[in-house]
Design a protein around this ligand. Structure first.
Ligand code: IMP
Ligand code: MG
Length: 338
């Protein structure tokens, strides 16, 4: 079985938490991270906070093999640091064709006023490396001897796992509206962040996919420039307890109430089969740390059910707190496959 987790808004919807939950509760044999080091995923588990920039959030499951796809762009220092910190050496692998970001890419972006001031880029060198890749001069993982023990043909590996009945989880990065093609161009990132783009980065076609899990936060946040419909003034963001800081750059995130139009379009763009909703406790504080649907306050239940009517897919997972375990899992009740 193959599942893809994808962000429904502008990134930071809580994909890291959702992936970690799935890895701990389902039988996940392999997890693949796409995208690059500009995207940070946060996992809070067992009282510890992990900030991941390249290793899949599924690392929390010690039996899960971890992969980085061909379409990804890796910074070697970030990769080796995370492998050591998380202790995942021996079960983390990189596709031979993954791209490598070098210092010169970071330097190019650091000196780019347009990226810095107009776009609000994270300046991690990702876009500059992508330029080199398109111009066919970027070095790939297989060109770096220090990566030799990590290299795999990912398509081959995944195909073998899927054919022997294994479960594969693909972890998207950023969000639908940061897509180079389908987002709020030019205020976007340097890749297609939708489910199709994610699959292309991994090397599996759309017909192999069983579930596309679209992650929405219960409100919308955005870092960097670009339109944010219904954006609230900073004071109101603070009042509502919605102020967050970006995990890679530390910048303050802008915030707005849940956007139904963006959500409906994201379902179409990603051919989503189910939705995961995070931070419900930030909109309905009385739902904090609830783990059963039946124990949610009636107004929170009604809000989720109304959302399902609007977007036309079931909300199967609901985050109610910071920890991975603060999650309501409705999949069994709703008859959705695990
Ligand atoms: P870049 O991809 O680093 O050049 O950034 C381009 C735009 O995408 C900026 O507005 C960034 O803030 C935004 N962005 C890139 N990665 C992420 C992410 O992981 N979460 C949220 N926003 C991101
Ligand atoms: Mg993030």
């Amino acid at each position: 079985m193959l599942s893809v987790v994808v962000g429904g808004f502008f990134g930071d919807e809580g994909k890291g938490k959702v992936v970690a939950y799935l890895a701990l509760n389902d039988e996940v044999n392999a997890a693949v991270r796409v995208g690059s080091v500009n995207a940070g995923h946060t996992v809070i588990w067992g009282g510890k906070e992990f900030k991941l920039r390249i290793v899949p959030s599924a690392f929390v499951n010690g039996g899960c093999k971890l992969y980085i796809g061909a379409g990804s762009l890796v910074r070697l220092d970030v990769f080796f640091r995370e492998v050591t910190t998380l202790g995942v050496a021996g079960r983390v692998f990189v596709d031979r064709n993954a791209g490598i970001i070098e210092d010169k890419h970071v330097e190019t972006e650091a000196g780019d006023e347009y990226l810095r001031n107009s776009i609000g880029s994270t300046l991690q060198g990702v876009g500059a490396a992508m330029v080199d890749r398109v111009m066919r001069r970027l070095k790939l993982a297989k060109d770096f001897p220090e990566l030799s023990t990590y290299l795999v043909d990912l398509v081959d590996e995944l195909w073998r796992i899927l054919n022997s009945g294994g479960n594969v989880l693909i972890e998207g990065t950023q969000g639908t509206y940061l897509s180079l093609y389908h987002g709020t161009y030019p205020y976007v990132t340097s890749r297609d962040t939708t489910a199709s783009g994610i699959l292309s980065e991994v090397g599996l076609g759309p017909k192999h996919v069983d579930e596309v899990i679209l992650v929405f936060k219960s409100y919308v946040t955005r870092v960097g420039s670009g339109p944010l419909p219904g954006e609230l003034p900073l004071e109101e963001v603070i009042n509502r307890g919605w102020l967050e800081r970006a995990s890679v750059t530390g910048r303050m995130r802008r915030a707005a109430p849940f956007d139904y139009d963006l959500a409906k379009r994201a379902v179409i763009l990603n051919s989503a089969t189910q939705a995961a909703l995070t931070c419900l406790d930030k909109v309905f504080p009385s739902s904090a740390r609830v783990r059963e649907w039946g124990k949610l306050p009636p107004e929170a239940k009604r809000w989720v059910e109304d959302l399902e009517d609007v977007i036309g897919i079931p909300v199967t997972l609901i985050g109610t707190g910071d920890d991975v375990t603060h999650m309501i899992d409705r999949r069994k009740d709703l008859g959705v496959t695990k």
